[in-house]
Design a protein around this ligand. Structure first.
Ligand code: SF4
Length: 366
């Protein structure tokens, strides 16, 4: 399995179709941090060559496949993503397939991954690729970044991994590694440190011919060795250069950012059935999880008057952004609520919001 980019696709600006020629190293002395960064590169590459996990999206250079993996991996663990990515690539193997798929099919393939705006952005981006790039995934960082749902990190990841371009990446993993290596205790969200981290990441990726491997080495080191709480420093290829380890302040770096307080919310959902059917409603545009199906409820519809002694037949808990949601299901008679009747035995193929799926799975229907 080729883990690094073939030598015939250099990325340090010498390649004739590289749209971003890299300035050649000048005789001007580099700041110490940049010099240190350059020295880390051979160790990172050598370690990655030996220790990279065999992940399905690492067996391809198809930018579409890499894009899908990168979007799925946002906020989601690798082990969770693998079956989703494989199912997605079987169902929608190209940009064309994604652009032409029914939105409900796309949501169904995403069901359970959460943060569903990612799935909607993927399809919007596929439409844009068809319209503006004749169905070919764009191959410049600017054009990639102009697609919906793609920020600087994702554009850098796709550019470097699929096209071996010298584009830096800075995400949570890279922030952790770089702040520890360079002993930076400031808030990593602060603009000044952010700029420095991007600059260091750029120095790293521009110091090698194998940009794809270098960026993936950073991702891999953060995911498998430099863990947030208990890093395996003994297995770290750059431990001798790690300021946080030397100064025994790993637990203080990166500095914690204060999270906003979470807010509890109680939502009542209504189980309304007819023989073999259940009333479901689609979440409206403009709300979280738009397009997904759910039980009628008092979050996106009017509240039902429940008898005083009504007890929920099922409860599901779910945390999303800053809300801790408790969703309670009450069996109620059909009062002609808005919604659509769905056969109970076809519920599994309907894209259903995660908390409602949890609730439905805990209720005996039929
Ligand atoms: Fe992370 Fe430890 Fe390596 Fe430092 S030595 S980069 S803390 S794994």
């Amino acid at each position: 399995m080729p883990l690094s980019t073939p030598a015939n696709r250099p990325c340090n600006g010498k390649h004739f179709d590289n749209p971003f020629p890299v300035p050649q190293r000048s005789a001007v002395p580099q700041p110490p941090a940049q010099r240190k960064a350059r020295r880390l590169v051979p160790r990172l590459l050598s370690w990655y060559g030996k220790h990279a996990r065999d992940l399905p999206w690492r067996r391809t250079r198809d930018p579409y496949a890499i894009w899908i993996s990168e979007i799925m991996l946002q906020q989601t663990q690798v082990a969770t993503v693998i079956p989703y990515w494989e199912r997605w690539m079987r169902a929608l193997p190209t940009v064309n397939h994604l652009a032409r798929a029914k939105p409900e099919r796309v949501l169904k393939l995403w069901e359970g991954l959460g943060y569903y705006s990612r799935a909607r952005n993927l399809q919007a981006a596929a439409h844009q690729i068809l319209k503006n790039h004749q169905g070919q995934f764009p191959n410049t960082p600017e054009a990639i970044r102009a697609l919906p749902g793609i920020g600087r990190y994702t554009a850098g990841a796709i550019s470097s991994i699929a096209f071996n371009l010298p584009e830096p990446i800075v995400d949570g993993n890279v922030i952790r590694i770089l702040t520890r290596l360079f002993g930076r205790r400031e808030d990593p969200k602060a603009k000044v440190l952010q700029n420095e981290l991007w600059s260091l990441a750029e120095t790293l990726v521009r110091s090698t011919e194998d940009c794809a491997a270098l960026n993936q080495a950073l991702m891999e080191l953060g995911a498998t060795v430099c863990h947030p709480r208990t890093p395996n420093c003994n297995d770290c290829p750059v431990k001798r250069s790690c300021a946080a380890r030397r100064e025994q302040v790993i637990h203080l770096i990166p500095a914690k950012t204060i999270r906003p307080q979470t807010e509890a919310r109680l939502i009542q959902a209504y189980l309304i059935t007819r023989p073999g059917h259940i009333l479901m409603r689609q979440r409206p545009e403009g709300v979280h999880n738009a397009g997904f199906w759910e039980l009628p409820n008092d979050e996106t519809g009017p509240a039902r008057k429940l008898p005083k002694r009504a007890r929920p037949i099922a409860t599901a808990r779910h945390t999303i952004t800053r809300y801790r949601i408790q969703l309670e299901a009450y069996r109620v008679p059909d009062n002609g609520e808005a919604g659509q009747w769905h056969p109970i035995d076809a519920l599994a193929s309907l894209p259903v919001a995660a908390a409602h799926r949890k609730l439905l799975n805990s209720i005996r229907l039929g």
